[in-house]
Write a protein that binds this ligand. Structure first.
Ligand code: NAI
Length: 522
């Protein structure tokens, strides 16, 4: 399917943050753009604002003066909706209100030619619902940009029940021609990104509530071990808790109260208190001038370690060994002595090759979603110290650990010393199932898998959406494949068994892929 010709007139309605950005993208791609806003003068003011911004880019040498002038020459403010009669594509970015959008599109259908494509930039309303009542719902779809539209590559091309496949294909090709990374999605609550991202916030919030560690430590782990640009607390402080909490609530309600999307009481409390994040000067963190700088928790050890024994295969954590050996620590290999747990923990038998590192009296192992104390008892291990998932064990700078109740301080010091020697800063977490990065990534992959299973989008598009829409270091499905799907399934099974909640139920797609010996990513 071919992209819309650059002669096609693109109309953008709503000259706020999103509309102005979308107008800029379309004009930069070569289209004549008509910008309309119900507030008199707002569209003209937005174009003047774009002129200032593009001027700054010229000053920085990122854009030529010629390119700026050409872009601005293509942007026209229009006062009356009737002036959009030549448009071949209309993108609406007005207030997030179903009735307002429906009324607008009904008027547009009367003004614009029959072949015109009508699109909404809505992030939370159903495309199918907006389209109901339109005369030509097959020419209506969602074209969901991310903020700021000129910077963020992702565009979700959202098809409602009536959207014609060729219309979605044409807009996909058009977004690509505009230099964007488009993905197809069906109109379901949250589309792709606002659905699949929920566990990123939810697991950190839950761990905070359950006393795993403080915000600053959890955020540092998400960055330094997980490879995410920001942790959940600093990110929600930036987004604004009113906005982030509202998205979670709307997805939760739209999925009929599915506990996977359950909002957090501690975030609700922040909203109730008006602590909305950076914009109010306080959220999880205090942004006031006198605020103390929060300190990340660490455990340090002064013990010297010369050797360790690796039993079995460490799986995804294998590259940790090269870091340990590079410090001159002798690493001996031995077959696994860990007895498989009884079938009470389904899936555990396949987990991560059952590898452990014995150092002094301590046994170090990657978490499998069980509590450290539970696993120590199940597997007959003493002084068990669990470590968390890292995006890349060869380069991570920090790692979380937790330990079983019977672990002596001396044994824990030996485990910490080994990780420290490998160049990792060690942060402690209370003994909670799945630590932080592991359970967050397992739940992201679970949500992504369920979105694929339910026909929301393809696996490739879900992964692309999460990389380009929220900058995840890996697509959750490809990440789960890299960790090892039997391990990810075991983590989910163990989380579900530990909490006894449907929230952690594994997606059938993961269970099926494990049974078939397949992968999640195409
Ligand atoms: P905004 O409040 O900055 O701008 C909305 C503009 O639309 C205002 O200038 C307003 O005067 C105008 N407007 C309202 N009703 C109108 C009508 N009936 N006809 C013409 N103009 C009208 O809002 P923002 O943030 O730009 O969002 C716009 C849309 O984009 C919403 O649907 C929102 O959900 C969606 N969106 C927002 C994102 C964000 O991060 N802000 C990200 C992705 C989508």
């Amino acid at each position: 399917m071919t992209a819309l010709d650059t002669h096609t007139v693109v109309a953008v309605i709503g000259a706020g943050a999103m509309g102005a950005g979308i107008a800029q993208v379309a004009a930069q791609a070569g289209h004549p753009v008509l910008l309309h806003d119900m507030r008199p003068g707002a569209a003209q003011a937005a174009i003047e604002g774009l002129g200032v911004q593009l001027g700054k880019r010229v000053d920085q040498g990122k854009l030529s003066a010629q390119q700026r002038d050409a872009t601005l020459a293509r942007l026209h403010a229009v006062q009356a909706l009737e002036e959009l009669a030549d448009a071949g594509l209309v993108i609406e970015a007005i207030v997030e209100n179903l009735q307002a959008k429906r009324e607008l599109f009904a008027r547009l259908e009367a003004i614009c030619p029959a072949g015109c494509v009508l699109a909404s930039n809505t992030s939370s309303l159903s495309i199918t619902r907006i389209a109901a009542g339109l005369a030509r719902p097959e020419r209506f779809l969602g074209v969901h940009f991310f903020n700021p539209a000129p910077v963020m590559a992702l565009v979700e091309i959202v098809s409602g029940l009536a959207t014609a496949p060729e219309v979605a294909a044409s807009l996909h090709a058009t977004a690509k021609a505009w230099g964007k990374a488009p993905v197809h999605a069906s109109s379901t609550p949250g589309f792709i990104v606002n659905r699949v991202a929920r566990p990123f916030y939810a697991e950190s919030l839950r761990l905070l509530q359950e006393g795993a560690a403080d915000c600053v430590t959890l955020d540092a782990l998400m960055r330094d071990a997980g490879g995410f640009r920001m942790g959940a607390f600093e990110l929600t402080d930036l987004i604004g808790h009113d906005v982030n909490y509202a998205v979670t609530c709307s997805v939760f309600e739209a999925y009929y109260g599915d506990m996977r999307f359950q909002p957090s009481l501690i975030q609700a409390a922040l909203v109730d208190a008006g602590r909305l994040g950076r914009k109010t000067g306080q959220g999880f963190y205090d942004y006031g001038p006198a605020a103390a700088r929060p300190v990340v928790s660490e455990v340090r050890s002064g013990v010297r370690v010369d050797e360790c024994v690796v039993e079995g295969d460490l799986g995804v954590a294998q590259s940790l060994l090269a870091r340990i050996e590079a410090q001159g620590i002798k690493v001996s290999r031995a077959p696994s002595r860990v007895k498989p747990a009884p079938a009470a923990m389904p899936g555990s038998a396949d987990l991560f090759g059952r590898g452990v590192i014995r150092v002094g009296d301590a046994v170090l192992a990657l978490s499998d979603g069980r509590l450290a104390s539970q696993r120590a008892r199940d597997d007959g291990l003493q002084n068990l110290v669990l470590f968390d998932l890292a995006l890349d064990y060869a380069t991570a700078s920090r790692i979380a650990i937790s330990w079983s109740a019977d672990t002596t301080t001396a044994a824990r010091d030996q485990a910490v010393a080994l990780l420290q020697a490998a160049g990792l800063v060690v942060s402690p977490l209370a003994d909670l199932p799945g630590l932080l990065v592991l359970r967050t990534v397992a739940m992201l992959a679970n949500e992504a898998a369920d979105a694929v299973l339910n026909g929301v989008a393809s696996a490739a598009d879900v992964d692309l959406a999460m990389r380009k829409g929220v900058n995840y270091p890996q697509g959750p499905l490809a990440w789960a494949d890299a960790i090892g799907l039997p391990g990810v399934l075991a983590v989910l099974d163990n989380l579900q068994a530990s909490y006894g909640e449907s929230r952690y139920r594994p997606s059938l797609l993961i269970r099926r892929a494990v049974a078939e010996g397949g992968a999640l990513h195409d």
